[in-house]
Design a protein around this ligand. Structure first.
Ligand code: SF4
Length: 135
């Protein structure tokens, strides 16, 4: 049996509600999949932290980017690791106009609903990744 974890890396996204959503999604996934999902700090990874680099190379990686600049994806690729999945929060936001994050510090009810919607989708993709490794 493969004991690989799924490392969920949210972009930093400081200063944008969409960045807060990205981080909240990572926390929610770890709450929903405590035995499978972990994270690394994108800033540590970007600055060459060896423990973080080893972790992404030895495990599955999911990157969460707030916008099209794809900071989490690009900084993961910079270490030769292609994320198994990459998600852009802005796309989910566009698909769910009724679930709008309100602010940076408090994303409000709409933001929390958006976090829930995105997290549920990603958790089902994680289940699929883990199912495929058993085949
Ligand atoms: S992907 Fe977009 S929101 Fe996230 S850190 Fe980069 S610029 Fe900011």
């Amino acid at each position: 049996m493969d004991n690989k974890k799924v490392i969920v890396i949210p972009c930093s996204g400081i200063g944008k509600p969409i960045g807060t959503v990205s981080r909240e999604v990572a926390y929610e996934i770890m709450r929903l999949k405590p035995d499978t999902a972990e994270t690394v700090c994108l800033a540590a990874l970007t600055s060459g932290d060896e423990e973080s680099i080893k972790k992404i190379k030895d495990n599955y990686v999911i990157t969460l980017d707030g916008c099209a600049k794809h900071c989490a994806q690009k900084n993961t690729q910079a270490y030769g690791k292609e994320p198994d999945k990459n998600y852009m929060i802005l796309k989910f936001a566009a698909q769910n106009p009724d679930k709008k994050p309100e602010g940076i510090i408090d994303i409000g009810k709409g933001g929390r609903e958006l976090v829930k919607t995105i997290s549920e989708k990603i958790v089902s993709d994680i289940d699929e990744i883990k199912q495929n490794e058993k085949k």
